[in-house]
Design a protein around this ligand. Structure first.
Ligand code: NI
Length: 396
């Protein structure tokens, strides 16, 4: 893989835009799955190595850290992009569509990576005017638990970092808009699976069996009352059963029924209490009807919670950089993100940058086989990150 020549150091943002597009399209053509970002990370290292003043290292096998020191001491700012793709067969007609069967950049991480490479280029060109340090986190494996964010934090990328920022290109937000949500912004995506274990037999003689389907159906129904009857209506929470698997024939009561699904919360107390209640209901119904059960609950990422003071400061940056009309009101998402790993170590803000454009047919949701971004969102995202970093470093 080769990288094209970098723009001249003090190039304007307009001059850099074609380069952003090149980087993004190269990455889009060559997507790699979570934890397997071998060529992707090599490509990023090559580009960063061509930017004077950036030191490059690999905190984990498929992630990349770039570090830029300003001319004088000052705060340390972390900026994060995720770099992985998804196991999806791309169905777009784009000339730069995926060349790898069954793997696709269907969440915009190709754009995130290009934006962060652009930011490194832009800030390195003015390093002599900067007081402080900027760390560029090119994070692997956002899409697959346990995620790459925690591993990068463990590898020390956040040590000494004062503030951390990042963004997601967002297809359901029109290009030209930016949303900064103070406080909880994305949920904890935890998941569960369990079995109701009864005793199978002839469907005509249910009294001689312990029917796991009838019991599991009650479990699913009872769980629906957790959110509606036990959670404060003002606290967002989701319990979704997404798999109910049992049985092989019309005249056979099976031995067991399998249930799986996801729990989404923002509040750490609810995050503890909901699965406890789920297991109690499962245990109680099984006990009542003479069945046994298994129960597995797996924690996903922590909720993304934006630091309110930093959100207010960056909202002001957006206002000054783009004007009021750019700021969009957006509600928190019940989706998950491991940007939260960095937020455990320093105040952080995760922004949503509009990348949808219905007029251009860019209107498919994230993780859809026809997902795309409006590339005009990339220079906007870059401008936002650049203005944010300069503000946090105290450059007027
Ligand atoms: Ni994503």
């Amino acid at each position: 893989m080769t990288t094209s020549a970098l723009p001249t150091p003090l190039a304007s943002l307009d001059a850099l835009t074609p380069q952003l597009v090149d980087w993004r399209r190269h990455l889009h053509r060559h997507p790699e799955l979570s934890f397997h970002e071998v060529e992707t990370s090599r490509y990023i290292r090559e580009v960063l190595a061509g930017i004077p003043g950036i030191t490059v290292s690999s905190p984990t096998p498929t992630s990349v850290l770039g570090v830029l020191h300003g001319a004088r001491p000052g705060p340390t700012i972390g900026v994060r992009a995720d770099i992985d793709a998804l196991p999806i067969v791309e169905e777009t007609e784009l000339p730069f569509r995926s060349t790898r069967d069954g793997v696709m950049h269907a969440c915009g991480h190709d754009g995130h990576t290009a934006i962060l490479l652009g930011l490194a280029t832009r800030l390195a060109a003015r390093a002599d005017t900067l007081a402080g340090t900027v760390r560029f986190f090119f994070q692997h494996a956002e899409e697959l638990a346990p995620g790459g964010g925690e591993a990068m934090v463990q590898a020390g990328v956040m040590d000494g970092v004062d503030q951390v920022i990042g963004l997601h290109l967002w297809a359901t937000l029109p290009v030209g808009q930016i949303a900064l949500i103070p406080g909880p912004a994305m949920a904890s995506p935890d998941n569960f699976h369990c079995q109701v274990i009864g005793a199978g037999g002839h469907a005509a003689m249910p009294h001689a069996c312990t029917d796991p389907i009838a019991i599991a159906a009650q479990v699913v129904t009872a769980w629906q009352q957790i959110v509606s009857r036990t959670v404060d209506p003002l606290d967002p929470a989701v319990v979704s059963v997404t798999q109910f698997i049992a049985g092989t024939a019309f005249n056979v009561i099976p031995n067991a029924a399998y249930l799986a699904g996801t729990v989404r919360t923002f509040d750490p107390v609810l995050r503890e209490s909901i699965p406890q209640r789920m297991e109690k209901i499962l245990a109680g119904l099984c006990e009542g009807f003479g069945a046994t059960y298994t129960w597995h609950f797996e924690r996903g990422y922590r909720a993304v919670v934006n630091d309110p003071a930093l959100t207010a400061r960056l909202t002001d940056v957006v206002r000054r950089t783009f004007g009021d009309a750019t700021l969009a009101d957006m509600r928190p998402s019940m989706g998950g993100e491991d940007f939260s790993a960095y937020q455990q170590r320093a105040p952080g803000v995760y922004a949503f940058v509009g990348a949808g454009n219905a007029a251009r047919g860019i209107a498919y949701p994230h993780h859809h086989p026809r997902f795309d971004i409006d590339e005009d969102a990339m220079p906007i995202g870059l401008r936002y990150l650049e203005a944010a970093v300069l503000d946090l470093l105290g450059v007027a």
